[in-house]
Write a protein that binds this ligand. Sequence first.
Ligand SMILES: Nc1ncnc2c1ncn2[C@@H]1O[C@H](COP(=O)(O)OP(=O)(O)OP(=O)(O)O)[C@@H](O)[C@H]1O
Length: 232
Amino acid sequence: MTPILTCEHLTKTYGIFCALDDVSFTIEPGKIVGLLGENGAGKSTLLKILAGMLTKTSGSAQIAGNEPGVLTKSYVSYLPDKSYLQEWMKLSDLFTLFSGFFADFDLQKAQGMAKDLGLSEKARLKAMSKGMQEKVHLILTMSRRAKLYLLDEPIGGVDPAARDYILDTILTNFSEDASILISTHMIADVEQILDEAIFLKQGKLILHAPVDELRETHHQSVDALFREVYRS
Ligand SMILES: Nc1ncnc2c1ncn2[C@@H]1O[C@H](COP(=O)(O)OP(=O)(O)OP(=O)(O)O)[C@@H](O)[C@H]1O
């Protein structure tokens, strides 16, 4: 099977500081992969490069055979760590914007998710709480029929009940040959939906394995393993 994502010796430096150090891995279609690591490990840097928002220093990244750029943006759905949406916009405005911008945006799906999550389409972003705004970003990102979803800390501010709905939605609504790379510190919550985990430490990839294999080998949850690996 052709990988949806291939990174080879991917490196990013900011001045003399190396934020991503010789990172190589592949992700097959249909996989949900957790991108895990302590603060400053390089998770957002990696996702930004893959989303075409940041240029690499060296190495390569290929998404369905193409370097991150204009073409890959048509089939990569990215949820960044900081909001890029205009606060005065209503949810309905955002749906119109995304429908016009992305050919793969499924308006019905977005409207259904908004209803299930108790969001009014008439509400403006600036009138929403942090958690509600996070839900909006997730709805917009997950309502695209993309090949690869890049989610940077998507559920940090969302309440536990909504978190379950969102994880469920991620599981049931993305197509079989799409993949998700999800950066999160909420490992215990997200672990149940992960197929694989990648551990980043100080810019280096220190582990990439199926979560079942990790649990079997280490006789503990991925959350517990993470705490052990990153204990300072
Ligand atoms: N524009 C920048 N200029 C200089 N250094 C940067 C820049 N962006 C990120 N860094 C540094 O690169 C490293 C990796 O940052 P990154 O945001 O990728 O980490 P992260 O794993 O996403 O962290 P967190 O979990 O805290 O969000 C950090 O040490 C950060 O200070």
